[in-house]
Design a protein around this ligand. Structure first.
Ligand code: COA
Length: 335
């Protein structure tokens, strides 16, 4: 039998933990303010997990929602890809814990280590797997628990205000209609920026012990970020990769109905739209509610835009993300 000619997102879902943490809540813990955070980033609040809401458990909840939305049974899924920078444990990857919770013993599982652009890398990987005939219904999941790994002191405030917890999932399935689904993916990375947004420890390159006792004292266990450099890279690379995806797919900017960018900073996404000359009202923003949920952010925004009717059957959608690595990418999809 011939391989499928296309792959399509046929279901989406998300889960965010119920605990809302406002900017004022953070201002009680370290020196910041609602005004500073909103002005610089657009964020008003984010969600924080309780112990039961692990990366894998939230991923499984989002996955169930996506499979139901797709009109499939869990047993139709034959592969799980999971993007996270906050795995439940160091190894194995969190995808096997999701698989176990869903009762899908035996199907393929893989963790994708691409931080904020993981969702784009998962869309491209699932699309390639499906069109190669390897799997029929791939579950992609982005899930993060940031709240247990950030620095709640004045020193960590630049990073800590940005991040929130949550999960998103989608089902990418074989299709015999070449005009729909994932039409184009463009992926890039540049390790030159690896240390500009990272968590250094624990890490196997630390000798003689990978979890040095000093790691809490020197704060190398917390995310380190050169915010200005990240901002500059993101606002340069995102328009570039969106234009590349449009060129390669043969579409024009005017053809795009909705742009779903990674939610790192509302000002980044507004600047990207301005640079492209893309209408601001066609850009999906939900960073106000969730902050940056890294591997989950594009998926949560996509699910919300589908459920509230901004993305309909036939919509041409552009997904785009930039993040740690640095890694970045864009996809063009017809729903
Ligand atoms: N609350 C209050 N003040 C803060 C603060 C906070 N949470 N974080 C930093 N500041 C202070 C700084 O200490 C600095 O004070 P100073 O002028 O007295 O030295 C001042 O605010 C300006 O800091 P700066 O880092 O220059 O701010 P900025 O305008 O670059 O904004 C970011 C900081 C983080 C919002 C911005 O750089 C950014 O969003 N970068 C991209 C980050 C990102 O997207 N990361 C994830 C990518 S996937």
């Amino acid at each position: 039998m011939a391989n499928p000619v296309a792959s399509k997102i046929i279901g989406t879902g998300h889960y965010v933990p119920p605990t809302v943490v406002t900017n004022d809540d953070l201002a009680k813990r370290f020196d910041t303010s609602d005004e500073w955070i909103q002005q610089r980033t657009g964020i008003k609040e984010r969600r924080y997990s309780k112990p039961e809401d692990t990366t894998a458990h939230m991923g499984a909840l989002a996955a169930r929602a996506a499979v139901e939305d797709a009109g499939l049974e869990l047993t139709d899924i034959d592969c799980i890809l999971l993007g996270t920078l906050s795995p439940d444990v160091t190894f194995p990857g969190s995808s096997v814990f999701v698989q176990r919770e869903l009762g899908l013993h035996g199907i393929a599982c893989m963790d994708i280590r691409n931080q904020c652009s993981a969702y784009l890398y998962m869309v491209a990987t699932a699309d390639a797997y499906v069109r190669a005939g390897l799997f029929k219904n791939v579950l992609i999941i982005g899930s993060e628990v940031h709240s247990t790994g950030i620095d709640f002191s004045d020193e960590g405030r630049d990073v800590t205000v940005l991040f929130g917890d949550g999960a998103a999932a989608a089902v990418i399935s074989a299709s015999d209609d070449p005009k729909v689904g994932v039409l184009q993916s463009c992926l890039h990375a540049d390790g030159a920026g690896a240390e500009l947004l990272w968590i250094q420890n624990p890490g196997s390159r630390e000798f003689p012990h990978r979890a040095p006792e000093s790691m809490y004292e020197d704060k190398s266990v917390y995310p380190g970020m050169d915010g200005r450099a990240v901002f500059k890279w993101a606002t340069r690379k995102l328009p570039e990769v969106i234009r590349e995806a449009l060129d390669k797919s043969g579409y024009e900017l005017d053809d795009i109905d909705v742009l779903v960018p990674h939610q790192a900073n509302m000002r980044i996404n507004q600047m990207v739209a301005k640079q492209l000359g893309f209408p601001q009202e066609k850009v999906v923003h939900n960073i106000q509610k969730y902050g940056n949920t890294t591997a989950a952010s594009v998926g949560i925004a996509l699910d919300e835009a589908r459920k509230d009717g901004r993305i309909k059957e036939g919509s041409l959608v552009c997904l785009a993300a930039f993040g740690s690595g640095f890694t970045w990418g864009a996809s063009i999809l017809r729903f």
